[in-house]
Design a protein around this ligand. Structure first.
Ligand code: C2E
Ligand code: CA
Ligand code: CA
Ligand code: CA
Length: 279
């Protein structure tokens, strides 16, 4: 581990009470954890560069272990997508995030958008889409408060079909972000066909900042492309001051990362937002 990564993980471990070791986890463990109510959502703030304000949060799924809340191993979401388990996990995530967002609004917290990850595997069938619409509608959340972060980790799908599938969800007033821009697959063709408002630049573009000049040029090109298309551009994985400074110089709209905060339990996040809004 690089020193910065170690420091960052220290923050995560301290905040979440987690240990540095992932448990060995199989897909069956994930399904069991869902059944036994051992999944949690943590929320990572998204910050507007120009104002320093928290303008949104991203819901990230965690496992409640004996020693606290643990990140899931990186391989488990793709495995859940391939097996279809992601549908049940995703319904739980959406239900929980919508209820949380509605609760924050009721508490009178300054309004922030709540982003929920949705993989294309979760909108393959009409019945999945109907269920998603139902969950959002039943939750009582104002749909404008919810943002879908579309992730495309597996097969590149037909953009027209994806667009058709997502329509009933977007018609509710939910906004759409495209996740992990720059990591491949058919993201550009999706951009042309979907009413995307925000693109999230993958962490790999940010992590090289400060080292080689050409990394900065790559990032500049992506920021300019996104803004040229009229989109809001968010950079992921900002860990250090010089990365933040570079993004600000490039005119990037918003960012997420350990530099500001890791994902936090809902109560801690509410405290952070209240404090942030009063400054
Ligand atoms: P992602 O959507 O790209 O989420 C960002 C990941 O980067 C998160 O890992 C987050 O904790 C981590 N991260 C945030 N800031 C930093 C930073 O400054 N430095 C570093 N090194 N990492 C940072 P996490 O929570 O382990 O999630 C991994 C992936 O799992 C997510 O990537 C997303 O694709 C997927 N995922 C998580 N929750 C859900 C969910 O509810 N549904 C679906 N479909 N996928 C999910
Ligand atoms: Ca995401
Ligand atoms: Ca991402
Ligand atoms: Ca990612």
């Amino acid at each position: 581990l690089a020193q910065a990564d170690e420091a960052a993980f220290g923050i995560v471990a301290a905040e979440a009470g987690a240990t540095a070791n992932h448990p060995l986890m199989e897909l069956e463990d994930l399904e069991l954890a869902l059944k036994k109510g051992q999944l949690r959502l943590h929320y990572q703030p998204q910050i507007e560069v120009s104002t320093g304000r928290v303008i949104g949060v991203e819901a990230l799924v965690r496992l409640a272990g004996e020693s606290g809340n643990l990140e899931l191993p990186g391989s488990i979401i793709p495995a859940a997508e391939a097996s279809g388990t992601i549908t049940r996990i995703g319904e739980w995530v959406l239900e929980t995030a919508c209820a949380q967002a509605a609760d924050w609004a009721n508490q009178g917290l300054p309004p922030v958008r709540c982003a929920v990850n949705l993989s294309l595997a979760q909108v393959q069938h009409e019945s999945q889409v109907e269920r998603i619409v139902e969950i959002i509608t039943d939750s009582g959340v104002s749909p404008g408060q919810i943002e879908i972060e579309l992730t495309e980790t597996s097969d590149p799908s037909d953009p027209d079909e994806v667009s058709q599938r997502l329509k009933p969800i977007l018609d509710l007033g939910v906004s759409l972000a495209l996740d992990d821009l720059g990591t491949g697959y058919a993201t550009l063709s999706l951009l042309r066909r979907l009413p995307v408002e925000k693109v999230k630049i993958d962490r790999s573009f940010v992590s090289g900042l400060g080292a080689a000049h050409n990394r900065m040029e790559g990032l500049r090109a992506i920021v300019e492309m996104g803004q040229g298309l009229g989109l809001t551009v968010l950079a992921e994985g900002v860990e250090r001051a010089e990365q933040y400074d570079t993004l600000r110089a490039l005119g990037c709209d918003s960012y997420q990362g350990y530099y500001f905060s890791p994902a936090l339990p809902a109560a801690e996040l509410a405290t952070l937002i209240a404090r942030n809004a009063s400054h």
